[in-house]
Design a protein around this ligand. Structure first.
Ligand code: NAD
Length: 478
């Protein structure tokens, strides 16, 4: 089985003789596979291959680069079911969501391919007669993509597709928690005509492969999705080479529910936030500020829905709402935050304990009412099926608490009052705001966090431009 999991460098699968990392199913604890734990010398080889391949890749017309991306997307679609099952098995998400992840990944690659005929520069008027000023957008060179485990398959595309269409080559490092889907992705990519060295995969731990990539002088951009602490370490490692970083980090998204809101709509959106991917989503609502007069009604509806949430092993029952958390550390963190809130006087209205299933990292769907601003559960990322609520008297108070956070990724507002919605848009200091809908970004938008939620962003035209730099040319003619 181990031969299925080989690093991919310069168009070849490379046998690994060193240490290996065990990969487990978080719903059953079953050992699924072991994968390479590569070292710095393998990173060197991958970066060298990416550097060699880059000039020719950049010289190709973008529409030809797009044709390779489309081949990859088509391959993924042919294997949706196998890929989805693998993702569910190693990461724990339910199969319908895993299928969405695979299809969304293929769509995202096709979307980035569509930019081929839209990549442009600018022509500026000059102060001099006969002079032309061109702003050209050029690739950065080699991008390192370092991935988390929560949407492991999609994140490959979010790093690789904009990099490749703009003429960069890449080295991808999957999370050691969920590497198997990245090997599967790479095996399918290897069946396309993509030139060698354009896409390279190196699997290993953060402390070895991740830090070697971040500190590598041959890397021009580190594009990372993961936790704040790792983002800081990556920035420090990149600093000596002044390597650019693009950091998509954690979130603690506030949702504001005003008295005039459609409560059923708000409940649907909030429950989705805590149940989708078992609450392990950076952009989903993690804390609620509800106006006093509707607090009890909203809480009752949330309790009913969360208590009815069905969970277990996603591969045993396709109809479940959610699977397990990814690992013991995740389960421990959720438990500590809920226990801390309880001890500080919050009220557990449903759930509040590790689930009593025979296997798997399951935590009960939980509603915590009566929270206060200083409680850790209102300040730290929970990343589990737990929703804390705090009562506020008005929109000003809600906005004050929403902004009082080290995170600034997404936010939402539920109201029928257009003036209130627009006031929230003006005053909320977040990269994204959802009004009367669930937290879920579009590929043509721009996913970017303020404060410790990150630097730079992804998706759409603005995300694409993060993989380019501007070259200005002054052309003097007679
Ligand atoms: P993590 O930071 O623990 O690990 C992410 C990746 O970084 C892994 O591949 C890991 O091996 C690597 N890594 C670890 N130490 C490293 C080091 N010193 N140098 C370089 N790389 C290193 O994050 P995680 O637990 O896998 O993911 C969950 C986090 O990701 C959450 O905080 C979540 O909010 C965040 N996230 C953010 C977004 C976003 O778009 N903003 C999207 C998904 C997840």
């Amino acid at each position: 089985m181990s031969n299925e999991y080989l690093n991919y460098i310069d168009g070849r699968f490379v046998v690994h003789h060193g240490d290996r990392i065990a990969v487990h199913n978080p719903a059953t604890f079953e050992l699924i596979a072991t994968v390479p734990d590569a070292g710095a010398e393998v990173v060197d080889e991958a970066v060298a291959a990416a550097r060699r391949a880059q000039p020719a890749w950049e010289r190709l017309p973008a529409i030809q680069r797009a044709s390779y991306l489309r081949q990859i997307a088509a391959k993924l679609r042919q294997h949706t079911e196998t890929l989805a099952t693998l993702i569910a098995r190693e990461q724990g998400k339910v199969l319908p969501l895993a299928r969405v992840e695979v299809n969304f990944t293929a769509d995202y690659i096709d979307y980035m391919a569509e930019w081929a005929r839209r990549l442009d520069g600018e022509v500026l008027s000059s102060d001099r007669a006969g002079e032309h000023i061109f702003l050209l957008r050029k690739p950065l060179g080699v991008a390192a993509g370092i991935l988390p485990w929560n949407f492991p398959f999609f994140l490959i595309a979010r790093k690789m597709a904009p990099a490749l269409i703009t003429g960069n080559t890449v080295v991808i490092k999957p999370s050691e928690e969920t590497p198997l889907n990245a090997f599967a992705f790479t095996r399918l990519l290897a069946e396309t005509e993509l030139p060698p060295g354009v896409f390279n995969l190196v699997c290993g731990r953060g402390a070895s492969v991740g830090s070697a990539l971040s500190a590598h002088p041959g890397i021009n951009l580190v594009t990372f999705t993961g936790s704040v602490g790792t983002g800081i370490r990556i920035m420090q490692a990149a600093a000596p080479n002044l390597t650019r970083v693009n950091l998509e980090l954690g979130g603690k998204a506030p949702a504001i529910v005003l008295a005039d809101a459609d409560l059923d709509l708000a409940v649907n959106a909030l429950v989705a936030s805590r149940v989708i991917n078992t609450g392990q989503v950076c952009n989903c609502a993690e804390r609620v500020y509800v106006q006093r007069s509707v607090a009890e009604a909203l809480t009752d509806k949330l309790v009913q829905r969360m208590a009815a949430t069905r969970y277990g092993d996603p591969l045993r029952d396709e109809t479940l709402d959610m699977g397990p958390l990814v690992n013991q550390a995740g389960l421990d963190k959720v438990g500590q935050l809920v226990d801390g809130a309880r001890a500080a006087g919050a009220e557990i209205r449903t759930g509040g304990a590790v689930a009593t299933l025979p296997q798997g990292y399951h935590y009960q769907p939980t509603i915590v009412a009566g929270c206060q601003p200083q409680m850790a559960i209102m300040r730290q990322e929970i990343f589990g099926p737990v929703l804390p609520l705090q009562i506020v008297d008005d929109l000003d108070e809600a906005i004050f608490h929403a902004n009082d956070s080290e995170y600034g990724l997404t936010s939402s507002v539920f109201t029928r009052d257009l003036n209130a919605a627009m006031k929230a848009v003006r005053e909320l200091q977040f990269g994204e705001t959802y009004i009367n809908r669930e937290h879920f970004e579009a590929m043509q938008g721009f996913h970017a966090g303020r404060r410790k939620s990150g630097i730079g962003g992804a998706d759409g035209r603005h995300g694409l431009l993060e993989f380019t730099e501007t070259h200005v040319v002054y052309l003097q003619t007679a």
